[in-house]
Design a protein around this ligand. Structure first.
Ligand SMILES: [Zn+2]
Length: 135
């Protein structure tokens, strides 16, 4: 954005070369227009620098977030949540339940459809594929 200063400097040089000065009404107007253009150049250059700073900051945050996401999804994969498709005995919808909730010590799970606490243990291995089991 530094080229804005060059353009204003060019206008100032032009005014000087054309003998435009504040001795006439028009000269006064033109000189103040050039001054105001310089103020605009200042403001735009400042905005441009601020934007560049913010852009760098956002890029750094984006990089940090990507690292956090990588760590997060890595952890999630290590947990190996095994979802089991099962029919809810309350609303009879096929829902996916965390297998740990079905077969752990405290085997009560909440149906994601009807939000009833359902004892899925009652229906045992229903829908749970076990390759060792005889068909
Ligand atoms: Zn249900």
């Amino acid at each position: 954005m530094e080229f804005l200063y060059e353009k204003v400097a060019y206008l100032k040089g032009l005014a000087d070369g054309l003998d435009v000065d504040e001795s006439t009404k028009e000269g006064k107007l033109l000189m103040s227009i050039v001054d105001i253009l310089e103020d605009f150049a200042d403001a735009i250059v400042e905005l441009d620098e601020d934007t560049e700073e913010i852009t760098e900051y956002v890029e750094a945050m984006d990089e940090d977030l990507a690292n956090v996401e990588d760590d997060f999804y890595e952890d999630e994969q290590n947990d190996e949540i095994d979802f089991v498709e099962i029919e809810c005995p309350n609303c009879h919808e096929d829902v996916y339940i965390d297998g740990d909730l079905l077969y752990g010590d405290d085997a009560d799970a909440v149906c994601p459809r009807c939000h009833e606490i359902v004892d899925f243990e009652q229906i045992g291995d229903y829908c749970h594929d076990d390759p060792d089991e005889d068909e």
